[in-house]
Design a protein around this ligand. Structure first.
Ligand SMILES: [Zn+2]
Length: 198
């Protein structure tokens, strides 16, 4: 009596789950990601302005340290920048005084436009505090600087015949923007077909 081992015991030979991960087209994982370290334009401009001001302090005679810098020094700095200005500011003697688009050249000086100075001061003021300066002693926030900027603004507005007044944002008039129709007003379903064709 031979004991025939049952050959039909199909031993469960490991259910070969065919892990044929046919990763045929998964090679697109090379997305660079948006981790570009380039700072915003505002940030880089701010850094540049801060460096310019630091350079100005360094070249100042007598030497001037940031901690001893006052609003008066900031004004000095702004006036110094005027020599690099590109904005014609007419004197009262100029026939084009108050003329926004002079038809001819004139010998009036070029200045920094008020808008540029205003933005510059805003950036330097922020940079000062980001670099450890205390808000209470921020020379860029000094009253003298504010007054100076206001003065420049008024003078340039007159001389250049332009207004810096921000356009007051009027509340947009209530537009009769056809909002009548209900949100989910279903179109009328077609009338039931009466009279079924025989
Ligand atoms: Zn002029």
């Amino acid at each position: 009596m031979e004991i025939v081992p049952n050959p039909n015991r199909s031993s469960s030979e490991g259910l070969v789950t065919s892990t044929n991960a046919s990763s045929s087209a998964t090679a697109t994982a090379s997305s660079p990601g948006s981790s570009s370290p380039s700072p915003s334009r505002y940030e880089s401009q701010k850094r540049r302005d801060w460096n310019t001001f630091g350079q100005y302090l360094k070249n100042h005679r007598p030497p001037l340290s940031l901690t001893r810098c006052s609003g008066a020094h900031v004004l000095e700095f702004l006036r110094y920048l005027d020599q690099f200005g590109k904005t014609k500011v007419h004197t009262q003697m100029c026939p084009f005084f108050g003329h926004p688009n002079p038809p001819a050249p004139c010998p009036c000086p070029l200045r920094q436009a008020w808008g540029s100075l205003d933005a510059l001061i805003g950036r330097l003021r922020a940079a000062y505090e980001e670099n450890g300066g205390k808000p209470e002693t921020n020379p860029f926030g000094a009253r003298a600087v504010r007054l100076y900027l206001r003065e420049v603004r008024e003078m340039q507005a007159k001389a250049r015949g332009i207004s810096y007044e921000k356009k007051k944002r009027k509340k947009p008039p209530p537009q009769p923007h056809g909002g009548g129709a209900g949100p989910s007003d279903h179109p009328h379903s077609p009338p039931p077909a009466t009279g079924a064709t025989a």
